[in-house]
Design a protein around this ligand. Structure first.
Ligand code: AMP
Ligand code: GLY
Length: 426
């Protein structure tokens, strides 16, 4: 079967790496891809939101399966196009239709869904222009810190944790009245702050049945010890030591099953990933957010730990046959350490040559590309997150040590990576 994968990050390199291991994968195309995905298949210079071009490409290349990496095409309705267009209806596409993609695309939609299905989450209220005035006394009376969330997609910047009432009211005004995050902050969710440790569960559902992929924890802050600015993710580990059997049983009973049943009950067209951002408060799981795609860099540890055939798994998803699928997973730990451009997550230079990529890598490490491209036959940096080095180990710290060894071989101008991924599990 010919397959099209949309996206260009480390997540997509890991998905491509995994899919080409399947005997069912004939031609793999990645649009637009990066210098790493080019090692797994053919990169196509096509935007993930150019639906006309995607349709034409799928027909020309006789694509049987489309895997959507990032959220934007899903939130914009790529799955609806495949459902409605007669010439595309035979193609399997992984991801929810536009309505279900609001689980990620609208925080208010996600909160209302959780309320309807009794899924544990922080208490909250929604505000927009119509009840703005009520928001001020509500915030004044709210316990600190106060969490403000722009309703829509805001490139990971739409969540503010305010330590004072003055700050919360100022940000509330900026979001609702000055369009701080544009359209995304026309509606704001105000919610209670939850104190606990975070992790992520990855559900793959056909809208009725589901499988649970290996769980992971990511490291979002730029600095050692989880300090400094938020990033797209500086590393990830799997499994998550505090997510023991007893806790995961609660996650399944209180979060995963009500979520999948809720999708089915509401007749939501959802054949894809539900990435559940969780926080463990005391011994209880609470949902921080839903995403309608896999995480990045979490995919760079989840795919290496998945032993089942990914193409088979995705086809079972598209065909509503996940009830017959049993996930096999590697018992070893995996970590990924992300090397970024100097200055990231602020401004940074691109185009620096990367050396050391040809050096041999131990059998239990994998170099996934993120922000890389090829220029004049040379691999150069092209984004904030540049490479993700994943390693297996008999412990998380052992896996991290191996990734750091591999990173010693690789270099580019102003390269930076966190040396303490997984620090709390040593
Ligand atoms: P999100 O964009 O929803 O993933 O939120 C970004 C980050 O904000 C999360 O990963 C949490 O670290 C934090 N966060 C969001 N909501 C809450 C909350 N209610 N309590 C504490 N932290 C939160
Ligand atoms: N690593 C978090 C995300 O993919 O949203």
């Amino acid at each position: 079967m010919n397959i099209l994968l949309l996206g260009s990050g480390g997540r997509e390199h890991a998905l491509a790496w995994k899919m080409v291991q399947s005997p069912m994968c004939q031609q793999l195309y990645i649009a637009p891809g990066n210098a790493g995905t080019a090692l797994c298949g053919t990169n196509i210079n096509m935007s993930v939101t150019d639906f006309d071009a995607i349709k034409q490409f799928v027909l020309d290349k006789e694509i049987g399966l489309v895997l959507v990496g990032p959220e934007e095409p899903l939130v914009k309705g790529i799955v609806d196009l495949f459902r409605k267009d007669v010439s595309l209806q035979h193609v399997s596409i992984i991801g929810p239709a536009q309505y279900g993609a609001q689980l990620e695309g609208s925080k208010a939609f996600a909160k209302q869904f959780m309320m309807r299905h009794n899924i544990p989450t922080a208490r909250y209220r929604e505000f927009d222009a119509s009840n703005y005035e009520e928001g001020i006394p509500y915030l004044q009376a709210h316990a600190l810190p106060i969490v403000l969330k722009a309703d829509g997609l805001a490139a990971g910047k739409g969540v503010l944790i305010c330590q004072s009432h003055v700050e919360a009211i100022a940000e509330f005004e900026l979001m609702l009245q000055q369009s701080k995050f544009g359209e995304a902050s026309k509606r704001v969710v105000v919610e209670e702050f939850l104190d606990g440790i975070e992790m992520s569960a990855f559900v793959l559902t056909d809208g009725k049945n589901y499988v649970l992929l290996p769980e992971a924890k990511d490291y979002k802050r730029i600095g050692v010890g989880d300090t400094g600015l938020n990033t797209g993710g500086m590393g990830a580990v799997s499994p998550v030591p505090f997510a023991d059997d007893a806790f995961m049983k609660k996650v399944i009973e209180k979060v995963v099953e009500p979520t999948v049943k809720g999708l089915e009950k509401e007749n939501i067209d959802y054949k894809g990933f539900v990435f559940v951002g969780l926080i463990k408060v005391g011994d209880e799981p609470m949902v921080i957010e839903y995403n309608c795609r896999m995480g990045d860099p979490e995919t760079e540890v989840v795919m290496p730990r998945l032993q089942s055939d990914l193409v088979e798994l995705l086809l079972a998803t598209a065909n509503g046959r996940l009830d017959t699928f049993k996930i096999e997973q590697d018992p070893r730990a995996a970590c990924t350490v992300v090397a970024v451009s100097g200055g990231y997550p602020g401004s940074y230079e691109k185009g620096y040559p990367i050396t050391g990529l040809d050096a041999a890598v131990p059998a239990d490490s994998i170099v996934f590309h993120a922000g890389t491209t090829t220029k004049d036959g040379e691999v150069v940096t092209s984004g904030g997150r540049v490479l993700c080095v994943t390693s297996y180990g008999d412990s998380i710290s052992n896996a991290v040590a191996k990734s750091k060894e591999v990173l010693k071989q690789i270099s580019y101008e102003d390269m930076y990576f966190r040396r303490d991924i997984g620090y709390e599990f040593e």
